[in-house]
Design a protein around this ligand. Structure first.
Ligand code: HEM
Length: 272
């Protein structure tokens, strides 16, 4: 099945489930039952199933369906949970402190999930278009190697040509650039402003070079471009990892707060 077809099918099923849910909720409400008990239990069930996705990853050797199926169920159940949540809080901001914090955890968990889904699709495309595959953890090592190469070029240019133009430029503009990953925020936003500005400055500097110096400058420009590629991959892959550091802890916080909320509702809320 193609990606588009799968999206249509799953989107349609979710829409039907959402409509059924709203109808059930309205019937419950009309019958003067407290519909928030219905939506509350449904929401807790949905959140627990969503959280199981973390456990599923840890026990990937057990035959529990493919990872792709779990992700699909997770995404569409996650969207449905947003509707159940909206019904549960009656489309209004909660009042008490615990309820407000609980709502904030839900919004953060669901919001980070949507954000994560968006960037995993978008960045996967961007990364295949603009770079080769590099493992995130090894990027600082590659950058250090590029820095050594760049310093060797600068040294060779100074000793072979007797001119300090390239070395001065390196000291002023490039030594900080080569000392680690740079321009992360610009790269995650898809902006090439920083690398464009640096390339322009490099080109301006080369106007004053003689032919012999130009050979070294060209090697330096190639290293700057290679470094820019690594910065780009580093930025995108870092964000692809970082969002899970919001998504997973808020999930567990959400479950803990939801259980406390449940306890308080059944102790003081007057369940019907
Ligand atoms: C409050 C509701 C939600 C909870 C409790 C929740 C919980 C989780 C958990 C526990 C994981 C496993 C993370 C891991 O172990 O790597 C996960 C992954 C994920 N969630 Fe959610 N999630 C929620 C809503 C959503 C929503 C609404 C979306 C998107 C529409 C979403 C998209 C994702 C994606 C894309 C992954 C990572 C898939 C991967 O890279 O393997 N989540 N979520």
């Amino acid at each position: 099945m193609t990606f588009a077809k799968r999206r249509w099918r799953n989107g349609f099923i979710t829409l039907l489930a959402g409509a059924a849910l709203v109808a059930w909720y309205s019937a419950y409400d009309v019958a003067l039952y407290q519909a928030s008990f219905l939506t509350g239990w449904l929401l807790l069930g949905a959140v627990l199933i969503l959280a199981l996705y973390n456990g599923r990853k840890k026990f990937s050797m057990l035959p529990m369906g493919t990872a792709a199926t779990w992700l699909q169920v997770h995404i569409y159940l996650g969207l449905l949970a947003v509707l159940i949540f909206a019904l549960h809080i009656d489309w209004q901001m909660p009042n008490g402190i615990l309820d407000s914090v609980l709502a904030l955890f839900f919004v953060t968990a669901a919001g980070s999930g949507m954000f994560g889904l968006y960037i995993s699709r978008r960045y996967a495309r961007m990364l295949t278009r603009r770079s080769e595959e590099v493992v995130l953890e090894r990027i600082p090592q590659f950058i250090a190697a590029l820095r050594q190469e760049a310093e060797a070029v600068v040294l060779a240019s100074a000793t072979e040509t007797g001119s300090s133009t390239i070395a001065d430029f390196y000291g002023n503009k490039l030594s900080a650039y080569f000392s680690g990953p740079r321009n992360t925020w610009l790269h995650v936003r898809g902006s090439r402003r920083a690398s464009f500005a640096l390339t322009t400055e490099l080109k301006t500097m080369t106007r004053y070079l003689n032919e012999q110096e130009m050979l070294h400058a060209d090697r330096l420009i190639a290293l700057v471009e290679r470094k820019d590629q690594l910065d780009y991959v580093y930025a995108l892959q870092s964000l692809l990892k970082a969002w899970l550091f919001v998504h997973i802890p808020t999930t567990y916080g959400l479950i803990a707060l939801a259980l406390l909320h449940l306890l308080l509702v059944y102790s003081f809320g007057g369940a019907v």
